[in-house]
Design a protein around this ligand. Structure first.
Ligand code: GUN
Length: 196
């Protein structure tokens, strides 16, 4: 049973006895019940880049650092995978990692994956189930490209993100707005939208 608790400043979702503050006021708070249900059922937690996640797979075997490209600074799991959820005004802030990331669409409305590649070119790939409208079930973001994600104002999406070698926050960079504006001033609108 999900209880929505309004406080003066923000909206708390009360999930079976423990609440978390969404940090949003009510007018910014279109989180559909489906989203709250998934957060609870899938035991999702807030991700530092925005949105919600849960690691669902981490291979038990590791690749020694000697067998990895020099950009990796330690041993890594063979592979990891997460659930990732975005809703409404939430976004995944621009970041990059050292390995390719394979995105899988599971449910909800479409999700835009925004990429600035190493040549500075911007592309948006739409993940979703409406293939007629150009959406795809899967998309790969290449290692080292800057990327983030968003959903439509009243949209939400549950996706998966799989990486090999496995994810490690040592391979994750999420710089501030000014740094990215300095690197790619031609994409200032996107950078202002997808940084904090
Ligand atoms: N594990 C924790 N965060 C992430 C992420 O952003 N991507 C992937 N693939 N795994 C993660």
């Amino acid at each position: 049973m999900i209880m929505i608790v309004n406080t003066a400043a923000s909206v708390m979702y009360e999930l079976s006895g423990y609440g978390y503050d969404t940090g949003m006021n009510e007018s910014q708070m279109p989180m559909p019940e489906q989203v709250a249900t998934w957060i609870k059922q899938l035991e999702l937690e807030k991700h530092p880049e925005g949105g919600w996640f849960k690691e669902t797979y981490r291979s038990s075997e590791t690749i020694a650092v000697a067998g990895l490209p020099a950009r990796f600074d330690g041993d890594r799991s063979f592979c990891t995978s997460i659930y990732f959820l975005l809703s409404g005004d939430e976004f995944s802030a621009l970041h990059r990692i050292k390995q390719d990331e394979l995105w899988h669409f599971y449910a909800g409305t479409g999700l835009g994956v925004h990429v600035i590649d190493k040549a500075g070119h911007y592309t948006q790939k739409k993940l979703g189930s409406d293939l007629e409208q150009g959406e795809s079930f899967q998309h790969v973001v290449e290692a080292g490209d800057w990327f983030g994600a968003s959903v439509a104002q009243d949209g939400f999406a549950l996706v998966g993100c799989t990486v090999a070698p496995g994810f490690d926050f040592a391979d994750f960079e999420m710089p501030g707005r000014d740094y990215l504006l300095g690197l790619h001033p031609q994409h200032s609108d996107l950078i202002k939208r997808l940084t904090r």
